[in-house]
Design a protein around this ligand. Structure first.
Ligand code: ARG
Length: 436
């Protein structure tokens, strides 16, 4: 190659730089001025930081970044800027209606799919830029995730479990009715699976249609009509098989588990997180700590279920189960925090109205976390649980520009997160009530 070749490349490059296309590229860069900045990785508050965003990604963060003249600036100097929140336990595809039996018998997955984008938008507007959605019928969650990722509808980034895997008669099955009322549709779509081979097959089926995490019912539940709230609903062998199969495919598993024995069985099987975790004894707490298992406890839920569910015609047996669980769950949470168990924020949104996710922070602080720890549970720790720590959970160069801002200091008053006025996801501003 001769010198002229390099010369012509140089000229071409120079031309490229002055062409409008190049200027447009620089246009995608935004400078965010953060008066206060919560570093969720380190658990520190910094002041006067500048965040450089290009397209959907954070390019740089620092206190000495100079902003070029004419650059696009988002001035949040009188606000606190922090990473977008992450809810590790949502059901974006549903929400209780006015009537318990209508919800069960008169709705099809299509009814749910029609309104799911509304719930997804509410969640995003509440400051939740990502979630782990742990159970949805008919792969609606995957359709919703895809529509969000395509930019067709606004919503959080979703890690989806697809079908809840449960045994016959379990929390995931249709319970309390005549044996003539059975699941309608492909059997695998019920998520009901039994035996080591059966549960492995179900895990594969879920993965085939898009699951990014596996969720199963280790114990009975509250909002289903089986008698027990906490009895194990799978054998140790079945739980081991579910988790092992998920791991073979490179996925994590999580377990719905209220009862103490079921919690221990699921932890031993190797789940990444225990959902609910209502009845924890010292041994369960020690076991979770030893295995590094996250606790994802929906400790706001009790308020809403006890105030609203009877109005929807929810049977007394369910309300009575909630009365048994609600308070104990909060005390278990407090003991788990003291015992050093890893905590990630997860609310079971969909049991209560979507968009109210942040109401749970108050209880997490009341029952043992510092406000900073509660925020970390919903940012850096949540990202770690999802396996998305390289992409979300903190405002760091290389991660998605998912961030929120609030006017008052959330470390002084955590309830300020219940009204998030500024939301950016992937560099795009979805809500800005701060600068109007
Ligand atoms: N989905 C859960 C279940 O039905 C909700 C439990 C709600 N109650 C509570 N105290 N967290 O088991």
């Amino acid at each position: 190659m001769n010198k002229n070749y390099f010369k012509s490349i140089g000229v071409a490059l120079m031309l490229f730089c002055v062409m409008p296309g190049f200027a447009q590229q620089a246009d995608s860069v935004k400078y965010i001025k953060a008066g206060k900045f919560i570093d969720t990785d380190k658990g520190k508050v910094l002041t006067n930081q500048v965040i450089v965003v290009d397209h959907d990604t954070i390019k740089a963060v620092g206190g000495n970044i100079s902003i070029p003249a004419g650059a696009k600036v988002i001035d949040l100097s009188d606000a606190t800027v922090m990473p977008g929140l992450i809810d590790c336990h949502t059901h974006l595809t549903s929400q209780p209606g006015e009537n318990y039996y209508d919800d069960i018998f008169r709705k099809t997955p299509i009814d749910l799919a029609i309104v799911a984008p509304v719930y997804a938008k509410r969640t995003l507007m509440a400051g939740f830029t990502a979630c782990r959605d742990v159970g949805a019928p008919a792969f609606i969650d995957i359709a919703l995730r895809n529509a969000i990722n395509n930019g067709d509808v606004p919503g959080p980034r979703m890690l989806c479990a697809t079908l809840f895997i449960g045994s016959t008669g379990s929390h995931g099955d249709l319970n309390g009715f005549s044996p003539y009322l059975d699941w309608i549709g492909p059997k695998e779509m019920s998520g009901v699976a039994n035996g080591v081979d059966g549960v492995r097959k179900q895990v594969r089926y879920n993965i085939k249609y898009g699951a990014g995490v596996i969720k199963f019912g280790a114990s009975a539940g509250v909002l289903s009509e089986e008698e027990s709230v906490g009895a194990p609903q799978y054998t140790q062998e079945e739980m081991n098989a579910i988790v092992d199969e998920a791991h073979l495919w490179g996925l994590k598993a999580c377990a719905h588990a209220h009862g103490n024995l079921a919690i221990k069985m699921a932890v031993k099987a190797g789940v990444a997180s225990i959902e609910h975790g209502s009845f924890l004894d010292d041994e369960a707490i020690a076991l979770m700590k030893q295995h590094g298992t996250y606790l994802v406890a929906d400790i706001y839920n009790d308020d809403y279920i006890l105030s609203d569910y009877a109005k929807h015609g929810t049977p007394d047996k369910i309300i009575n189960k909630e009365k048994l669980v609600g308070k104990t769950q909060r005390l278990s949470f407090e003991r788990a925090v003291k015992g050093g168990v890893k905590i990630a924020f997860g609310t079971d949104a969909g049991v209560y109205p979507h968009g109210w996710n942040a109401k749970q922070f108050k209880y997490m602080v009341k029952f043992g976390l510092t406000p900073m720890q509660a925020i970390q549970a919903a940012t850096s720790s949540a990202a770690d649980l999802l396996g998305w720590q390289a992409k979300v959970g903190s405002i760091t160069a290389g991660k998605y520009a998912d961030l929120i801002a609030v006017k008052a200091d959330p470390l002084a008053d955590i309830t300020t997160l219940e009204n998030v006025p500024f939301v950016m996801k992937g560099g795009e501003v979805y809500k800005d009530e701060l600068r109007k």
